[in-house]
Design a binder for this molecule. Sequence first.
Ligand code: FUL
Length: 483
Amino acid sequence: MRTLLNWIASIALGASLALAAPATEPPKPYGPVPTARQLRWHEMEFYGFLHFTVNTFTDKEWGYGDEDPAVFNPTDFDADQIVRTARDAGMRGLILTAKHHDGFCLWPSRHTEHSVRNSPWKAGRGDVVREISDACRRHRLRFGVYLSPWDRNHAEYGRPAYIAYYRNQLRELLTQYGDVFTVWFDGANGGDGYYGGARETRRIDNRTYYDWGRTWQLVRELMPMAVMFSDVGPDFRWIGNERGIAGEPCWATLNPGDGVPGNTRANLNHGERPGTHWIPGECDVSIRPGWFYHAKEDRQVKTPAQLLDIYYQSVGRGACLNLNLPPDRRGRIHENDVAVLREFRRLWDATFARNLAAGARVTAANTRGGGGRFSARQVLDGRRDSYWTTGDEVAVTEIVFELGAPATFNVVDLREYLPLGQRIEAFALDQWNGGQWNEIARGTSIGNRRLLRVSPVTTGKVRLRITAAACPALSEFGLYREP
Ligand code: FUL
């Protein structure tokens, strides 16, 4: 009986090995995987929004579209101060509202009179898009644009002519300002507005009106490495709230179906597994209550501790964080915001300065090909392009870190190797207390990055247990201590 069972088992094993990749080759990808442009975006992790337009001067959040361009007049505009503030906070890019719902253009578009060209700022010769994109290049940040699909100023909004106008504007932004890392398509669509003087309510069918497929194609042609945001992608999705909080779990995959910006049934906050597409989440949130600057909110800037909480619940759940900084009426980031960002960065630096597991002795229960390029040590080399993986047949495994001397930590950091898909379904971390293992943390989705805050633990040995849908590919492991 025993031999018969062994024989059946060996046939089954032989069949699965025949389908598997050789042990010295990487595993086959699992499910949808990110494109090169999405991988570049994942690496950014933390970047910012700049909400700036006529609203800054009229003290509104949504301009009606009848604002006189003369109201746009920053008294001391300083693109370097804005971009430096973002860079010093740790951001890797900035997305500027080139045009918000009010339709006013921060660049001298050839296709409208409703722009900086007719403002008193720099006698009509200013260009905010130019200045911010140039400053981003100087300070090594990526530059991106927000171009509101809804336009409450334009006379043709709601009719086909507006779609041609919108695409002409995209063409200007994607051909005149160098590399653009993202185009951010907002989902707020249609409603009342000025519309060239009509002052009426215009409803559009967001499934058909914008013909998104062709607009997205235009962006691909003009800027192939740009990632596009909308509620449903195509490259990254809205996280479903404006508080900057990703779900737990938060999968990078989604079933967008026939959803369109502003109209989707997909689970944006958690993502969906299994999912047909790789469409990871972005958490957008403002450092103040509003998206635009209002002097009355000068004392309502989020605290460094609040920003850190948001960071752990966005970047720490595999999403990117897009933190809005609203330039004030001078055209600078207000002192209160600068002070908060400086302290946020100080705490962040102090936490992540040293991986307490960096020098650990690592032993994995299983290693693909027995070692070498897939060995357990790869998770401590600080590189996201290397990883530890196992034989194809392994779905449940573990990896042990002997720290040498006891260390105290309260943050656990994990990364999957994204080019092979999101493979890990669940994990748990144990500490060795001298006699046995005690579980201290557990979770499900990892993806680009998973940060878990735990109550401070002091131990010389930890164990990570993993359950995966296909053999795991873990890129990084870290233990940190918050000051
Ligand atoms: C929303 C807009 O309506 C807000 O004004 C802001 O731009 C935010 C980022 O997206 O949908």
